[in-house]
Design a protein around this ligand. Sequence first.
Ligand code: SF4
Ligand code: SF4
Length: 455
Amino acid sequence: MNILIGLLPAIGFIFIGLVFISSVIEKQWRAVCVSLTLEIVYTLFWFFLYVNKYQVFAQIIIYIITALVVLFTMASLIKYFPEEDEKQYDIEQFDEREHMFSRNQLQYHPDLASKFYAAHPEFKEIDHKINNQPELGEEGGRFYDKYFAAIPEASFRLLDRSRFLATGTAENDITNLSLEKLTQTIKFIAKFYGAADVGITKIKQYHLYSHRGRHSEYWGQKVKTTHKTAVVIVTAMDQELYRYSSSLPVLMESARKYVESAKIAHIIAEYLRMFGFESRSHVDGEYEVLCVPLSRDAGLGNVGRLGLFIHKNLGPCVRLSVVTTEAELPVSVNKPDESIEHFCRICKKCSDNCPTKSIPSDEKPVSRGFPHWSVHQETCYSYWKTIGTDCGFCIKVCPYNKPNTLLHKLARFYISRNPLNQRIALFIDDFLYGRKIKLPDKNPDLFSIAKRKYS
Ligand code: SF4
Ligand code: SF4
């Protein structure tokens, strides 16, 4: 007991010190100030107790603190979340024509616009207002920059011009093939070319868009597939660039990672075709599937309140691409991380900080026949066009958006155990990083970022 009493202050001191050092490395200045203040108060507190250690009141406090710490540590290891109803829902497929990106294209195709708004008059007025705003990266957006805004635009043009790479002809079947080995190699290729994670799942009907809507040549085409499995590729975005949210570096980073994840998906699809399997890559602007539910079902994380996929180690600061194939690859056995869903119920930080209130703050609303969180795409996208960049402020403020360091891994493990840990972790996150975060009013110095990070 005496050893424990002696060790406790030292462990606490080291832990707060680690938080301080890690905050300095991550340039989280509020957390630096908070942890430094805490370290000083903590040291003074124990110093005071030890100076008075022969006094009864000091001994009682030391014993109480020791008992509480031991109790909390033991309780924090218990894995328990209340059982959820495993209801089966009849999920209605999402029509890509209703996606805001598709609707934004209709202004350039009057014939399609009249068909669409005849079927959906409820979107006509709001879409017209959104269409009148400058496109992302164009002059007129709040964070427009003559030199840097053209970079994401060039990346999106590259993606658009390389859409033909998504499909191809499967070559002759190769016999005596081990699907296990093929799967292992696919996972290797993904990581070899820069993916942070990869998972495989069986394709279900609700993973597919009902109709295509992004490009005029396929607009309204029904999505059908004979493919059995999907390979989900996760690419990590630079969390430091997302700290500048919502300003231009977010659009630049987002575009960069769309390109990177497309490259990996195209290579894997081609690789599978070389082994005789019909395969298709699904990349920015060229999807037939919904990446978010596929990533969830591949056991890579879960869907967060912000309507995006939250990876179990990397948080929401990721980009996704998918390869679907007729090969019946062995699927990943991991289940969706339910602790993320539980944490989102109490956290609501994205919802509180969203500048357009596009993220629901209550229980999951029901749409397309099942309860799920999704953002109000009209207000969100309209804001993107006002500022001229991806916003990503919800990604920035999300407590899961932390580097995958030992300290944050420990925090993620802690959050994944039980609801009490989650409440404590949320309190600490708010305390260290703040609850209400300020939006930027101008771009950071983009040339100095370019020089510091990439020269
Ligand atoms: S900010 Fe909080 S509520 Fe929103 S997605 Fe992240 S964890 Fe969930
Ligand atoms: S991207 Fe910005 S506007 Fe859209 S939901 Fe997230 S915080 Fe809100």
